[in-house]
Design a protein around this ligand. Structure first.
Ligand SMILES: [Zn+2]
Length: 365
């Protein structure tokens, strides 16, 4: 509740960063902040902290959670309601991803208080996850000892392990028609809004197949009712856990817009940007095996599952750093109905401790 009360909209996380640095240092970690903030125009960089363990043969591991939250996320007032923490209803709660942060701080506290034997544990609190995984993209992994990461940033039951997530292309279509007076010379105009309408009606959107989705989320254009509109912008995205399907479907949407524009003797400009790339880790990948074993050790039923969303794990995997995204129980994220069960916060902290113990045993078969 303390952590979600600190405002931390993307690019403005100075206060939360200071709070976390202070807490990590109190827990005995060595803390530094990288220069990712300067690169992405944010007032804090990624926080990288190291807990020195006493077991040499342990597998060095890293945990990460992101510090930024979405809007409306200022002046959050968390309320403890029976078995859960909710927001006042005016803002998000910010369990995405403060639940991961809180559980990590608690787990470190447990390790410290109980002198749990463990190896080196590194913690990364990343910036600007919600606006394009920018912190993770600018994180220098060469400074880390860890060989794998556990990202604490998924909804679902604790024990669910996201071992596959999609790639995402963002799409921006500018459709250029021709302006004209709508009353006196409409025949001289080309209506960009109408072209966009035709193009949209020809697109299949939503769930395309079990690993592919598509969406147009923003439409803008037009200046006045008495002007034939000369420009419309459509913005959207395609995601797939299959690269071939991603490119094929992205190409299809591009073709629809270009061909529709042509029919009306208009022009279309298409911009495609790869936001992040997919990952697909098999069940015998070491990071997956460790997550599974640690869950079983504490009596959870581990479940491997794919996700429809991206996280810092996508970026880390792309950089050759095997990473899974773990469910922490956050529910209805990115809405004012967001909540988290107190039991899930506890379980997540326990799960982190279990993973640290698994890594300390050195063998993860
Ligand atoms: Zn998140």
């Amino acid at each position: 509740m303390e952590v979600v009360k600190i405002d931390s909209i993307s690019r403005d996380r100075k206060n939360i960063a200071e709070f976390l640095i202070h807490n990590l240092e109190d827990l005995g970690l060595k803390v530094r902040v990288d220069n990712a903030g300067e690169k992405v125009n944010s007032n804090s960089g990624n926080i990288i902290a190291r807990f020195r363990g006493n077991i040499k043969q342990a597998t060095p591991i890293m945990f990460s959670a992101h510090m930024d939250t979405v809007v409306p996320g200022k002046n959050i007032l968390p309320i403890c309601e029976r078995d859960r923490i909710v927001s006042s209803g005016k803002t998000i709660l910010g369990a995405d991803d403060k639940a991961g942060i809180a559980a990590l701080l608690e787990a470190l506290q447990i390790i410290k208080e109980n002198l749990v034997p463990c190896g080196d544990v590194e913690i990364v609190f990343s910036i600007c996850e919600e606006i394009g995984l920018l912190g993770a993209k600018n994180l220098d992994l060469s400074s880390l000892n860890a060989q794998m990461a556990f990202v604490l940033d998924s909804g679902g039951q604790v024990g669910e392990i996201v071992n596959a997530a999609p790639s995402q292309n963002s799409l921006k279509f500018n459709i250029y028609g021709k302006a004209a007076h709508a009353g006196s010379k409409p025949e001289e105009g080309i209506n960009a809004i109408q072209i966009a309408g035709f193009a949209l009606s020809r697109m299949e959107l939503g769930r395309i197949d079990e690993e592919t989705t598509a969406n147009i989320g923003i439409i803008s254009g037009g200046k006045a009712t008495n002007i034939v509109p000369d420009e419309v912008i459509l913005e959207g995205e395609v995601r797939s856990r299959n690269e071939e399907k991603l490119e094929k479907y992205t190409g299809k949407l591009k073709q629809i817009v270009e061909e529709t524009a042509q029919e009306f003797k208009a022009k279309a400009e298409v911009k495609i940007n790869r936001e992040y790339s997919c990952y697909n880790l098999s069940a015998d990948c070491q990071v997956v095996k460790m997550a599974v074993k640690a869950a079983m050790d504490m009596g959870l039923e581990p479940k491997l599952r794919p996700s429809g969303g991206g996280s810092d794990a996508n970026v880390l995997n792309k950089k050759g750093f095997p990473s899974v995204d773990l469910a922490v129980g956050m529910t209805n994220v990115h809405t004012v109905d967001e909540y988290i069960l107190i039991d899930d916060l506890k379980k997540t902290a326990e799960y982190i401790v279990s993973i640290i113990k698994t890594a300390a045993s050195g063998k993860n078969e």
